[in-house]
Unconditional design. Structure first.
Length: 398
């Protein structure tokens, strides 16, 4: 156990927790990985190597701190944070990496509620922040923040909905869970792909095909993803340099970690024509990105990739397929279940409320700068509407 910079002990009948603040590299990776596994957390972005990869790419994460809670010298609680002064107020930010959902601390099984309450006491008593910024946090962490700091001014900035599929224990159980229409449609798509010569394979950490590694699989995905988005005349954050470097670090550093990375690939005549990329633990798979050749859209390559991934996960006894936040209609076709994430600011002082107001103004200004670009996109899409209507009329009158 590293020596804490500060520490406070909280007794709770049978459990005493000592909290301390550490630099990231002071926390033992073995202890971190062990707590991650014990927690059964769905927050895969708090994996040690994932945060380490973010630090290598984005400067703003290099100064983060980690609040650790120990009981009998065992690490039972962990929450990465960023503390910064804005010139107006002191900000304590619960770590949220780019594209991360369901942010919440890692806590040993059975201690989440108690340890989180003690953590919030420690934060307010030791740091005296003017404002706590918590982005994309889980529903239970949001509830804990609101109830614990009921006298503070709490502002919910955004609520995101994410689709989630709870996986049965067998592939047969999955098929039986589908209604007859969905089952028949999916069977037809699988049969059509099989007759046309499609093959599917899974590339994952420690199990890549001979002569083909995760880095090469990432290259294939990126190329197909870019090709698909170009066909829709849309920009994608995923192809930007910083995100590419981040995911390349993840693919290079995932061996022997609690979180692994996998690609489900569709092949036609030996060529990769579709790929879906995700991260998984023993409990959950998080869908990160997809790409496929748009010229093969008639084969529903995206749906086939998702189904083959589901089948693989069920065989591996993974319990959850997390589609992440987003309003894409196809996600709802796979599942009606969802969870919510919250962006919330907790203001303790007038300085905190002033900074919260400044954040709102900056957000509005950022949105205003994007309006001309969004108008261009809308104009382009509007220009395609008559063609779509024409095709629809012809198909109905044929």
């Amino acid at each position: 156990m590293p020596n804490p910079e500060t520490g406070v002990a909280f007794a709770d009948r049978s459990l005493e927790i000592t909290f301390g603040v550490h630099a990231f590299d002071e926390v033992d990776k073995g202890d971190w990985d062990q707590l991650f596994r014990q927690s059964g957390s769905y927050n895969l972005f708090y994996d040690y190597r994932t945060i380490q990869a973010a630090q290598l790419v984005w400067k703003r994460y290099r100064s983060l701190k980690v609040i650790c809670g120990y009981s009998d010298n065992n690490l039972i609680f962990l929450q990465p944070i960023r503390v910064r002064g804005s010139g107006i107020a002191k900000v304590l930010e619960l770590l949220s990496l780019p594209t991360a959902d369901t942010n919440e601390p890692l806590v040993a099984s059975g201690h989440w509620e108690n340890a989180t309450r003690r953590f919030l006491d420690f934060v307010s008593g030791s740091f005296h922040p003017d404002i706590i910024v918590a982005k994309s946090v889980s529903e239970r962490l949001y509830s804990a923040l609101v109830s614990h700091f009921e006298r503070a001014h709490t502002g919910v900035k955004r609520i995101r909905k994410a689709r989630v599929l709870y996986l049965p224990s067998t592939v047969e159980g999955y098929w039986s869970s589908l209604n007859s229409k969905s089952r028949n449609q999916l069977k037809r798509k699988i049969k059509k792909a099989r007759v046309s010569g499609f093959d599917f394979r899974v590339i994952h950490s420690g199990g890549a095909a001979t002569g083909y590694d995760l880095g090469e699989a990432l290259d294939e995905l990126t190329q197909l993803h870019r090709k698909r988005f170009d066909s829709m005349n849309r920009d994608s954050f995923f192809v930007k340099d910083n995100f590419q470097r981040f995911h390349r670090h993840l693919c290079e550093r995932s061996n022997s970690a609690p979180v692994s990375f996998m690609f489900t690939e569709a092949l036609l005549a030996g060529e990769v024509v579709g790929s879906i990329y995700g991260m998984r633990s023993d409990q959950v798979y998080i869908y990160l990105m997809i790409g496929f050749n748009p010229d093969l859209a008639c084969y529903s390559v995206g749906n086939l990739l998702i189904y083959n991934t589901i089948e693989h996960l069920i065989v591996r006894q993974t319990k959850v397929f997390d589609f992440k936040c987003g309003k894409e209609p196809y996600k709802e076709r796979w599942t009606k279940d969802f969870y919510q994430n919250y962006d919330v600011n907790v203001c303790f002082t007038k300085r905190g409320r002033l900074l919260d107001y400044v954040f709102d103004i900056l957000k509005l200004a950022h949105g205003a700068r994007r309006i001309p670009k969004n108008i261009d996109k809308l104009a382009h899409r509007a220009g395609r509407i008559p063609k779509k209507i024409s095709r629809l009329i012809k198909s109905r009158t044929a």
